[in-house]
Design a protein around this ligand. Structure first.
Ligand SMILES: [Zn+2]
Length: 199
């Protein structure tokens, strides 16, 4: 039977996303066995993260500086805002290297089921950023889920109501690169066909 320190660690690890008590126990044992290679460096990384990482007051990104390194970068085009649900989505777009504008993190999506209303998201902050006249285009890069698309429509209508002539766009939905038609669901195929383009 693990002693209380170990039990506490296992309980905390079990609360991480995708893990449960069993994986919590396995992780705790693994960390203890790899004390020098993993446990102590992890301890240091957790401490540094807790002390240094903050939320950017402009876009909501996580960084050791505020404004974050993207907002503060003069090479980024701040006339184009890309609105994403979460920091993980920003990271995904940054990995692609395809976007040179700036971001706005909503902090989630509207959800009747989970009781998430517009007030729970960073929508007002987005409207404030856009009301100054410096934003030419807002890309709504929400996930292709029902809640994601509902949120995109809601944000689009609020942006249009600003009367700033902002171009509001959305990501294309369709056949993924390397995707085979036979493996796609009907919704993806229907959307891909509806948004077909000239080659
Ligand atoms: Zn930022």
């Amino acid at each position: 039977m693990p002693d209380t320190d170990l039990q506490h660690l296992i309980r905390l690890l079990s609360r991480l996303p995708g893990l449960g008590p069993r994986s919590g126990r396995r992780l705790a044992l693994h960390l203890i066995k790899k004390r020098e290679q993993l446990l102590l460096p992890l301890l240091e990384a957790l401490r540094a993260t807790a002390e240094n990482v903050r939320t950017c007051g402009v876009c909501g990104n996580l960084d050791t500086r505020d404004p974050c390194s993207i907002c503060a970068d003069p090479r980024r085009d701040d006339h184009i805002l890309c609105v994403v649900e979460d920091v993980a989505d920003l990271w995904a777009l940054e990995r692609s290297g395809a976007f040179r504008g700036t971001y706005h993190i909503l902090g989630g999506v509207l959800s009747a089921l989970d009781g998430i209303t517009p007030e729970d998201l960073h929508i007002e902050r987005l409207l404030r950023r856009c009301s100054g006249g410096g934003v030419a285009e807002v890309i709504l890069a929400m996930n292709a889920t029902v809640d994601g698309q509902t949120t995109a429509h809601y944000v689009a209508s609020r942006l249009q109501a600003l009367g700033q002539n902002i171009r509001v766009t959305g990501l294309a939905h369709g056949v993924p690169m390397g995707g085979e038609l036979d493996y796609l669901d009907e919704g993806t195929l229907t959307t891909a066909l509806a948004s077909r383009g000239v080659l």
